[in-house]
Design a protein around this ligand. Structure first.
Ligand SMILES: NC(=O)C1=CN([C@@H]2O[C@H](COP(=O)(O)OP(=O)(O)OC[C@H]3O[C@@H](n4cnc5c(N)ncnc54)[C@H](O)[C@@H]3O)[C@@H](O)[C@H]2O)C=CC1
Ligand SMILES: CC(=O)C(=O)O
Ligand SMILES: [Mg+2]
Length: 366
């Protein structure tokens, strides 16, 4: 198969869809790999590294799309890329369709085969291609939250760890999944008081078992959320309903109940966010303020730490990319039930039910 690796063009996105090690594996399996010039530069991989691994470097993104049967990338295609996508071309990347009707309609129009990293699901129900980026984003959420709690950027002016004689800051984590647990771990490490909520008792039991005593679990419901937001300094959104729009656990009216300078880091923004007032932001302009509450909602948080993130992501995507290249998408998905769950749009047809529901469409749109 001919595989193309374009340079990411989303704001401050420095990850790349494949490392030279991945190229080496594909070439070893008799595939041809085109890499756009400087695609890996932001992650510390240079044209020469890709060439030594067996790739051919192409000058433009247009050439990569035009000459490849499968595109392996990181983020969803953005508007400038829509028309480059070919009918029947495999796109293997994050899409987060439920948060964007425009993107969904564009991919339907282009009649591509869209296999979404975030819905590939193993037998245990975990999401192997989302997990490493959730680990990165969960850890980063505390770094970013701590920064925006500082007064000069309109935060409450609270130091998360406190100091001797002064109580630590309080962190509320919505969702005890991968993002939530990593965020709780980092916040606890700084000495903050952490409250973590979920509706899944298994997750809460696990957290209760492995975390130190200053990480407290509570059941997630509106009553508890309304009570807790009044006293917590930093709120992390890490809720996910697979493939679907995230539920709005914090509604607009609740902002008035928070103290001025409270910070919300809504990591779930890529699935539409779990806060009603969440809208996607960029690393260039990451925050906005509503009712004195600082909102941070960057949809590609791991893109800011590409040295770590590119390797963490491609460690898990490569075996699937290799399967797709070796067998073609139909046979690969038929053989591998995890990969099959990644199929979101196939030649103009939405095949993932939660996407159809997210837009209130009656049926599969062709
Ligand atoms: N902004 C960014 O750059 C990034 C965003 N993400 C996003 O972060 C989100 C979370 O991802 P993961 O932690 O991997 O998901 P996960 O599936 O591991 O965890 C989600 C948790 O939410 C819980 N949940 C569901 N409904 C709930 C409710 N009403 N109240 C409380 N908890 C509830 C689930 O039980 C589950 O434990 C996803 O939308 C993911 O795409 C992930 C990586 C990067
Ligand atoms: C998962 C995701 O949205 C990201 O890594 O950017
Ligand atoms: Mg207020």
């Amino acid at each position: 198969m001919i595989v193309g690796i374009p340079k990411e063009i989303k704001n401050n996105e420095s990850r790349v869809g494949m490392t030279p090690a991945g190229v080496f594996e594909l070439v070893k399996n008799n595939h041809k790999v085109y890499v756009q010039s400087d695609a890996g530069e932001g992650s510390g991989f240079f044209n020469q590294d890709y060439q030594q691994a067996g790739a051919i470097i192409l000058d433009t993104i247009g050439q990569v799309y035009a000459m490849s049967e499968m595109i392996v990338k990181v983020k969803e295609p953005i508007e400038e890329e829509y028309d480059l996508i070919q009918k029947g071309q495999i796109l293997f990347t994050y899409f987060h369709f439920a948060s964007s009707e425009a993107l969904t309609k564009a991919m339907i129009r282009q009649k591509a085969i869209c296999i979404a990293y975030e819905t590939v699901e193993d037998e245990e129900g975990t999401l192997p291609l989302l997990t490493p980026m959730s680990e990165v984003a969960g850890r980063m959420a505390i770094q970013q939250g701590a920064k925006y709690l500082e007064k000069p950027v309109k935060g409450r002016g609270v130091l998360l760890g406190g100091v001797p004689g002064v109580a630590p800051g309080k962190v509320l984590v919505l969702g005890a999944g991968v993002v939530g647990i990593q965020a709780a771990k980092m916040a606890a490490g700084l000495g903050a008081h952490v409250t973590i909520l979920d509706i899944n008792m298994k997750r809460l039991r696990y957290v209760n078992d492995v975390m130190p005593p200053h990480v407290v679990t509570e059941f997630s419901n509106e009553f508890n959320i309304r009570r807790l937001i009044k006293t917590h300094d930093l709120i992390i959104g890490g809720v996910l309903l697979k493939g679907a729009k995230a539920p709005n656990l914090i509604t607009r009216d609740m902002l008035k109940e928070m103290r001025p300078g409270t910070v919300i880091v809504d990591v779930a923004v890529d699935q539409g966010g779990c806060v009603e007032t969440t809208k996607p932001t960029t690393h260039e302009d990451p925050i906005y303020i509503i009712d004195d509450v600082v909102h941070y909602s960057v949809a590609n948080m791991p893109g800011a730490v590409p040295y770590t993130s590119t390797m963490a992501l491609t460690n898990v995507t490569l075996p699937y990319a290799l399967k797709l290249a070796n067998l073609g998408w139909e046979a690969a998905c038929a053989k591998d039930t995890s990969l099959n769950k990644g199929l979101n749009i196939v030649e103009g047809k939405v095949v993932y039910q939660e996407i159809i529901e997210a837009f209130g469409w009656e049926e599969v749109v062709a």
